[in-house]
Design a protein around this ligand. Structure first.
Ligand SMILES: [Zn+2]
Length: 113
């Protein structure tokens, strides 16, 4: 992802409108790109700050920390889900293999007896 792509996704990221792939690519970019991180920070402070004012909430003292936590937790969640899917796939393969082996053994024993 380049900076132009990343910066065009900032608003959608904050509003949680990116799909998982996009979110992951976006986070991977802004983590390492100072410019885009700053862009994200500016919009985040603005939007979240406005929302909190609007809802009469007390303003979060540390937006930076809040943003960092949010970015990290979203990333961890995506990774976790990818891992879950991966494990599910492995289990499916193992179960299929076990059934095939069982059928094969059954056929062999049927032929021998
Ligand atoms: Zn960038």
């Amino acid at each position: 992802m380049n900076c132009q792509n990343a910066q065009s996704m900032v608003l959608n990221f904050i509003n949680n409108k990116l799909d998982k792939e996009e979110t992951k690519a976006f986070i991977e970019h802004v983590r390492d790109c100072k410019d885009c991180w700053e862009e994200l920070e500016i919009y985040y402070v603005m939007l979240v700050g406005l929302k909190q004012l609007d809802e009469g909430e007390e303003l979060a003292a540390d937006f930076r920390k809040k943003l960092q936590n949010e970015v990290e937790s979203r990333y961890v969640e995506i990774e976790r889900e990818a891992k879950r899917k991966h494990i599910a796939k492995i289990i499916t393969i193992l179960v299929t293999a076990a059934i095939l082996i069982w059928m094969f053994a059954y056929l062999i024993s049927a032929m021998l007896l």
